[in-house]
Design a protein around this ligand. Structure first.
Ligand code: AMP
Length: 191
C-alpha cells in the first residue's frame, strides 16, 4: 500500500521568549503535538526564545525537525544544529521561500517583527492566489488581539477585501491550532 507523504508544518514564532512563560508553554505544546501527529516541523532553525522551545519539544517527542537558516545567521552561531535537517540558504528571502515550500501549513505563535514579516508574506501570497495552504494564528492569551483588530480596520477602511480575513484562521491556543491543522491536513490529503 502506498504510504501517505509526511505532512510538514512551518512554525513562525519569536526568537525571544516574550514577557510571559505561557508563550514558551504554548510553543512546547505545539511542538509536542506536531511530533505526536507524525508531522515534521519546518522552522527558522533558531535555538532561542520560542523557536528553541518548539524545536526542543518536537525533538523530545521523537519528531522530525527541518531548520532553514541564512548563511549570515549561521556565522553568528545562532543556529540549532542538532536538527533532522539543517538547511543553509544564501539570503533571508531564499530562506523564507524554502521554509514555505517545504510545508503543508503555516502556524504563527506569538512573536515580534520577524514573525510578522513571515506571516504577512504568506498572507499576501495567499491574497495573490499563489497558494492555498492553511495559515493559523495562535492568539495565545490574546497576544495577537491588536493585530486582528488592525486587519479588521484595514478591511473596514477599504484597503483589503473582506476575503483577506478568511485567509487567516485565528485560534486561542496551541491545542486548537493542532485540532484545526488535523482537519485541514486531512482534507488536503483527500484532494
Ligand atoms: P522575531 O519574531 O522578530 O523574534 O523573529 C522570529 C522569526 O524570524 C522566526 O520565525 C525566524 O524564522 C526569524 N528569526 C529571527 N531571529 C532569528 C534567529 N536569531 N535565529 C533564527 N531565526 C530567526
Amino acid at each position: 500500500m502506498p504510504s501517505t507523504p509526511r505532512k510538514a508544518v512551518c512554525v513562525y514564532c519569536g526568537s525571544r521568549p516574550g514577557d510571559d512563560p505561557a508563550f514558551a508553554e504554548a510553543a512546547t505544546t505545539l511542538g509536542r503535538g506536531i511530533a505526536e501527529r507524525g508531522w515534521q516541523l519546518v522552522y527558522g532553525a533558531g535555538d532561542v526564545g520560542l523557536m528553541g522551545a518548539v524545536a526542543r519539544a518536537v525533538q523530545a517527542a521523537g519528531g522530525e525537525t527541518m531548520g532553514i537558516i541564512p548563511e549570515h545567521l549561521v556565522s553568528m552561531e545562532v543556529g540549532k544544529r542538532d536538527l533532522t535537517a539543517f538547511v543553509v540558504t544564501e539570503t533571508m528571502h531564499e530562506r523564507k521561500k524554502v521554509m514555505f515550500l517545504n510545508a503543508h501549513a503555516v502556524v504563527a505563535l506569538p512573536g515580534g517583527p520577524g514573525t510578522l514579516d513571515e506571516l504577512f508574506e504568506v498572507l499576501t501570497w495567499r491574497q495573490l492566489r499563489l497558494h492555498a495552504k492553511p495559515v493559523v494564528l495562535v492568539n495565545h492569551k490574546g497576544y495577537w488581539d491588536p493585530l486582528v483588530a488592525l486587519i479588521d480596520h484595514v478591511i473596514e477602511r477599504g484597503f483589503a477585501s473582506k476575503s483577506f480575513r478568511d485567509f487567516l484562521t485565528v485560534v486561542p491556543d496551541a491545542g486548537s491550532a493542532l485540532e484545526y491543522l488535523g482537519g485541514a491536513l486531512e482534507s488536503q490529503a483527500a484532494q
